[in-house]
Design a protein around this ligand. Sequence first.
Ligand code: SAM
Length: 295
Amino acid sequence: MSFVEYSDFIQDGDVAIVYLSHNSVMPVKVQQGAQTQTRYGVIRHSTDLIGQRYGSKVTCSKGGWVYVLHPTPELWTVALPHRTQILYTTDIATITMMLELKPGSVVCESGTGSGSLSHAILRTIAPTGHLHTVEFHQQRAEKVAEEFKEHRVDHLVTVRNQDVCQDGFGVTGVADAVFLDIPSPWEAVGHAKAALKKRGGRLCSFSPCIEQVQRTCDALSDHGFEEIDTLEVLLRVHEVRTVSLPLPDFGSDSEEAPPAVGATEHPSVTMKTTTPPRRMPGHTGYLTFATKPRS
Ligand SMILES: C[S@@+](CC[C@H](N)C(=O)[O-])C[C@H]1O[C@@H](n2cnc3c(N)ncnc32)[C@H](O)[C@@H]1O
C-alpha cells in the first residue's frame, strides 16, 4: 500500500480506510494481532484484514459490516486527525488545476498543517516530482513527516520546520508552483518568488479574509507577479426528488386536454426534479492565483 500506488491486498503495516457509513470513515493502521473497535463491533486485523482484498466487506463481531478501502488523498482528507483547519477536496481540485500540477512538478507549500493538501499534491506529482513543505509548529512538522513515512510517500517530500516568512522554503529557483496557507501570506511572497524557477511558475494563496487577500495582491503586484486573480469555490449540490404535479385544467373549451397519467379524477404527472439546498456550507476561503513573469 502507498498513497501514490494501488495494491490489491491488505498487508501488515498498511494504512487502510474503514468506511462505516456515508460521512463516517476512519483510518486504521493494520497490525498483525491488533483489533479495532467500531460501532458495529470489533475488527480483528489478522483474520479480517490481512490478506483480504481492498474494497472487501468485513463483518464485525456484532454482526454489522464495514468496507475496507485503499487509502486515497480524498479519503485521507475526510479521515485524518485534525491538528489544524484543513483544505477540502473542492478547493484542492481547483488548486491542483490552476497551479497546473502534474507528474514531475516541483512544489513548495506552507504551512503544512494537517497535511490534507500535501497528500493530494503528492499523488499528482508522483512518481518523479517533489514537494518542499514548510511548517513552523514543531510537533505538527514531526507528526506529518511520520504520516508521510507510514503512507510511503516520504521519498517525494521534504518537511522543513521553519518560519516561511523569515527563512523561506529552503530551495531557490526550482519550484513550478508555490502554495501558501498561512495567516500573513504577503510576508512570504518574496520567498515564494525566490523558490520558483527562474521564469514562469504559478503561485496560489488561500486566505479566509478579504483583507488578507488585499495585502497579498499588493505584495504580488510589488514583486512583479502577473495574471493576479482571486476566486472562491462554492459547491452547490442539488437534491434530486420525485414530485407529483397536478396537470393544468384548461376548462371545457380547451380543444385538446393533455393526456392524464394515473388517476383520472385529479390527473397529475410524476417527474424527477432538483432543488437547490436551503442551507449549504458556503465560504471556506479566497484563492488568489498569480504567475511569475517569463521575462
Ligand atoms: C490552516 S493550516 C494549513 C492546513 C493545510 N493546508 C492542510 O490542508 O492541512 C496553517 C498552518 O500554517 C502554519 N504556519 C502559520 N504561519 C507559518 C509560517 N510563518 N511559517 C510556517 N508555517 C506557518 C501553522 O502552524 C498551521 O499549521
